[in-house]
Design a protein. Sequence first.
Length: 585
Amino acid sequence: MKINKLLIAVTMLGGATLFSSCNDFLKEEPGSFIGPGQVGDSKEAVDVWVSGVYSNWLDNMFRYASFPRVIEMDADYISGPDWLFGHLGAGDFQGEPSYTMNPMWQGPYNLINDANLAIRYIQAMNSVDDGYKNNAIGEMYFQKAFAYFLLVRTYGAVPVFDTDVSNGNSYYEPRRPVAEVYNTIIDLLEKAADMMYNRDNANYKAGHVCAGSAAGLLAKVYATMASAAMPKGTQIIVRTGAPYEQVINSNGYPVQMYKAPEEITMSKDTVAGYTGMDSQELYKKAAEWAKKVIGGEYGLYELSDYSNLWKRNNRDASEFMWAVRSTNGDEIYCTHIHTYYSGYRSSQGSEFIESGGWMGCTNNWYSLFDEEDYRITEGVRHTWRYYYQESYNGCFFYPQSWSQKVQGLSLPDSVWGTPDAIYKATGMSYQYNQSSECLAFTTKYEDVENDATDYADSQWPFLRYADVVLLCAEAENELGNADEAMKYLNLVRKRSNAKLMTTAQTQMRMRSLIVEERAKEFACEGDRRYDLLRWGIYLQAMNAIGGYDDANILKTRTSRNLLFPIPTEELNVNKAITENNPGWN
């Protein structure tokens, strides 16, 4: 394991770009270095340690676009061009270059070591009041817990480091059982919830994690364990299937049309590492922690109005309980989120995309929504233009069913009519094709300071309040409280102008609706793969597509895809790990 050494680059202070209100952080000349013992004993020194740990997300994991790619591309409803999805998108995780896959392992462990080091030095400070110290240490506990949460869901059993390697902890730690890793995560988060400021505390800094973040993550941790521990054979309905069907038009020619997804009942497989856990007790804990957040025990949390949810000026809203943020134009503390999902423009404010806008959702996903749901009416890009379309006044559109609206073409009959006036008036040549050029592209990441740069300011939401609300719905349903589950499910649906449920469904149907709601709400946020895995339906959901998706990305999977392979570099160095995950050499 390649763990960052003990020196802290002063340029790590740029890690403050993770937060929204830290522009006053001290900045010094890049390239100068100070040792841990020279950081000092003051609030400013505490801030240096905290910023140094947070900087791992940008300078270590997001910087070269490994994130979110590594946690996003292996899911049923996400797609894009073959050259981008590559081996990872096709399930051949070891065929992917190490610089893409290794940060998923090395990044969290670098962060864990840096957090352990920060905790040790902050605890030793004598000139800082206990409240400030405890809050900082709580933030470090949260960061460690979240890193382990990523690791255990991705690799299964993983090593646990109680302190930094410079303080006697060996580099070479064996893997701990899944249950033991979760015990560590829960312990860290419970401490963090007690130590950090509440969101409404005057000392809380907007953009940082806080006590409510820890409580919300505890709800997610418990729900993850609980669902994974549910009995084998537990049923969930997933709307999915092969993307296309071929029909013959009135002229006798074959036309390839999107299929409406089918309702497929899937029976849960055993999730390795979670057997023996008590799902009912775990769901009680998930509901308990979720309701602490919802009830205001850690400050006021609320769902943002959809019209403002993904606006740049809303990034400090209580909806975003834990998110990684970058600043505009910074080539070190940067992400490619805006480039991957939205694409950057030929010039600032231009209607033409110069590059990017590659990753999107499939028709199976788009078809899940009510027609007036804001998550597709506002949350999906329906027309867009690339730079090469300027010469012939071209414009792409989505979905395929809009053909008559924008082209005047009735599918599948291929009968030409008159397009809607608003599109006819533009004089543009509207086009659609069945490839990665025409997917359900999200608008979540479009609002940035400068839309004409590859390094636009972006925010990646790892935990939202909507997640906590839906986890509460999930827990209540599994505890037999259907009406309560419906109440929380409707909170999220109402925000998006979706049709509200009026009658509680059977437990299985409600479970299916909640899993589906999560797929709709958290699309392009790196959550779908983990939801499929924890419910034990990952293989069934991926293979139900029947091979290739809308953009011709292979979705066929085998049991080895349930866990990522541990990097070869780690196995070569750490002799305490004697074998890789099943199916990987």
